[in-house]
Ligand binder design. Structure first.
Ligand code: SAH
Length: 284
C-alpha cells in the first residue's frame, strides 16, 4: 500500500510498510501487537455499549443496514429460500460464522434471524462468556431451531474452519486487528470453510485515504483502496458493496463488502438486450 497514513497521535507514516515494520516487523513484535489488543478488550465491559466503543446507540441503524444487505444477497444467491420448502427441494440449512463476535451482538440481532446455526469466534474470554448467556435459548426471540452452535475462543489469525461448513462468514469491526499478512492468510484459509455459493461479508470502518493506526487498541483503519488491494491478494472478488448510512458524522465511514471466491458474472450483452426487449421502446 503506497499511500501515507497516520497514527492516533497525528504522526505521519510514508506508507503502510513503514508502519508495519515498526509495529510487527524487525522493530516490533507480533505477539506484542496482538497481546496489547487482547489486553485492551479484556478491560472493556461486556455490553453493547462496550463493544461499540461507547456508541451503543448506533446498534439499530447498524443492524437494519446489515439486514437489508444480507437479505438481498441471500435471496439472489440462494433463491430456494424464498419458496416454500418442498420435499423435492428442501430449504437450505443455513450456517454462519460470526468472526470477532464480541458479546454476540451481531449473532443475536442479525445472524440468528437468517441462519439455522451460527458459530462464534472471539479471543476475549469474558466476551465469549457473555455471548453464551446472551444467546442461551431462553434469552432469544428468533425462529425456533435457530441456534448458536459453537463458541470458539480463538483469534482470527489462528483459526481454520471446518471445510464447507458455512454459507456466510461475517467479519465485522475486528479485521483492523490483523496485520496485512495475517489478513491475507486468514481469508485464504477461511475460503475452505465456505460451502459452494457461500460468501464473506466484511463490514468495517473506512479511512478517507491510506490508513489510521490506533495505538491504544492496536488496530488499523484501512481505506477502501487498501481493502481492495488486500482482497485482490486474497483471491476474493467484490460481489456487491454498500455504504452504511445514518451514523453520527464524527465516526469513520463504514462499508459493507460481500466477497466471493468466484468472479461475479456480469450480464452479457446478449442477456442485457433480451431484458431490455421486454420493456417499452421507441420505434425508430
Ligand atoms: N463484531 C462485534 C464486536 C466488535 S468489537 C460487534 O460488531 O459487535 C471488536 C472485537 O474484536 C472484540 O470482541 C475483540 O475482542 C475482537 N478482537 C480483537 N482482536 C481480535 C483478533 N485478533 N481476532 C478476532 N477478534 C479480535
Amino acid at each position: 500500500m503506497d499511500s501515507n497514513g497516520l497514527d492516533s497521535d497525528g504522526r505521519e507514516f510514508r506508507n503502510a510498510e513503514e508502519m508495519w515494520r515498526e509495529e510487527v516487523g524487525e522493530e516490533g513484535s507480533k505477539s506484542q501487537w496482538y497481546g496489547t489488543a487482547i489486553r485492551y478488550w479484556e478491560k472493556v465491559d461486556a455490553t453493547v455499549d462496550g463493544v461499540l466503543g461507547g456508541y451503543g446507540h448506533v446498534n439499530d441503524a447498524d443492524v437494519a443496514a446489515s439486514d437489508a444487505f444480507l437479505t438481498s444477497i441471500l435471496a439472489e444467491r440462494f433463491p430456494a429460500q424464498r419458496d416454500a420448502p418442498t420435499a423435492a427441494r428442501p430449504s437450505r440449512h443455513l450456517v454462519a460464522l460470526d468472526c470477532g463476535s464480541g458479546i454476540g451482538r451481531v449473532t443475536k440481532n442479525l445472524l440468528l434471524r437468517h441462519f439455522n446455526e451460527v458459530d462464534l469466534l472471539e479471543p476475549v474470554p469474558h466476551f465469549l462468556e457473555a455471548a453464551r448467556v446472551n444467546l442461551a435459548p431462553e434469552n432469544l426471540t428468533v425462529p425456533e431451531m435457530h441456534r448458536a452452535a459453537n463458541f470458539y475462543c480463538v483469534p482470527l489469525q489462528d483459526f481454520t474452519p471446518d471445510a464447507r461448513r458455512y454459507d456466510v462468514i461475517w467479519v465485522q469491526w475486528c479485521i483492523g486487528h490483523l496485520a496485512d499478512d495475517d489478513f491475507i492468510s486468514f481469508f485464504k484459509r477461511a475460503k475452505i470453510g465456505l460451502k459452494p455459493g457461500g460468501f464473506f461479508v466484511l463490514k468495517e470502518n473506512i479511512a478517507r485515504t491510506g490508513f489510521v493506526l490506533d495505538k491504544e487498541d492496536k488496530s488499523v483503519t484501512r481505506s477502501d483502496q487498501y481493502f481492495k488491494d488486500l482482497f485482490n491478494q486474497c483471491g476474493l472478488y467484490i460481489y456487491t458493496m454498500k455504504d452504511q448510512k445514518g451514523f453520527p458524522d464524527e465516526l469513520f465511514a463504514v462499508k459493507m463488502y460481500a466477497l466471493t471466491t468466484e468472479m461475479p458474472r456480469r450480464p452479457t450483452a446478449k442477456s442485457k438486450s433480451k431484458r431490455l426487449s421486454n420493456r417499452p421502446a421507441i420505434i425508430k
